[in-house]
Design a protein. Sequence first.
Length: 326
Amino acid sequence: MTSSNLSVLEICAGAGGQSYGLEQAGFEHELAVEIDRDAAATLRLNRPSWDVREGDVREVNGRDFRGIDLLAGGVPCPPFSVAGKQLGAEDERDLFPEAIRLVREAKPAAVMLENVKGLGSARFQTYRDAIRDELEKLGYHTDWQLLLSSEFGVPQLRPRFILVAVKGARFKKFEWPGAVGTPRMVGETLLPMMSVNGWAGASAWARRANSIAPTIVGGSKKHGGADLGPTRAKAAWLALGVDGKGIADDAPSAEHPIHHTPRLTNPMVARVQGFDDSWNFSGRKTSVYRQIGNAFPPPVAEGVGRAIKRAIGAESTIKRSLRVVA
C-alpha cells in the first residue's frame, strides 16, 4: 500500500462498482467479500492482486482487520426495496447487523454503506435510528444522504441512500460531494457504441435518446431476466428509442434499417451504470447483466470515497505508517 492510499474492507462487493469507485478515490482493498460466484470471479478478473473471498459476510472476523481505514459495502437491498415486501429487519437478507458487528470488531476510521432509496422512507425511520444509535455507542458520528447518480456523470437517475459514519472529531471534516457538471444523456453516452458496426441510424437515434435513462434493474436469480426491467421501465426505454425486452449480443450493424429500435448490449448497460471499458465481467450473458444491473455506479462511489478520504486521510495515513514501521 502506498502512503497516499488508505485501506478498505468491502463487504457485499458485487461485481465491483463500489470497489472500482473507491479504488479511483484512493483506497486499496485488504479484502473484498462477495457471495455470488460469478461476481467474485469478476472481481478476481479485474484485480488479480486483491484478496477476494467468495462467501458469506457472516464468516468474516472483523478483528483480523482491526484499524482498517474504511469499512464499505452495498448491503442487500431487497429488505427495503419498493419492488419487494419491505420486511426490513425481519428479512433474512438484511445484513446491516453484520456490518455493525464488523464495525465493532474492526474499529474502522470510517464506514460507508449504500442501499436503495426505500431505506430512507418514513417506514424505516425507527430502523435507521437504531443503526445510528449503535454506531454512536461505538464512537461514530453518522449521516444519511440520498444521492442521485445522474449528478455524478452517470446517465440515469439511480438514487442511492448512503450512510457515512466517521469516528470522533474527524466527522466535522466530512462534506457530502456535490453535483459534477450537468447530467449526461443516454444518446451522447452510447452513440460511439451504437455506431461501432456502421449502423446508419445511430446519430438520429442518439438525438432521440436525449434524456437520462430509467434506473437499471438487475433482478436476481429468482426474479428477473436479461431485460431492462418491469413494464413501466420498458416503456420509458422505448421513449428513448430502446427495445427493453432483452439484451443484444452486438450493436446494430450497417444492415439494420435507419429506423431500427435497438436493444442494448451488456457493455452498453455497463456504460449507463458508470463503468468504463477497463472493467470486465465474468459469467454468462444473464449473469453479467444482473451483475451490472445490481452494481453501485463507480462515479458515485468515487465521489463519496474522496469525501471520506478528505475527512480521515492525513491522520489515518500517519497511523498506518507508524504501524508498518513498528
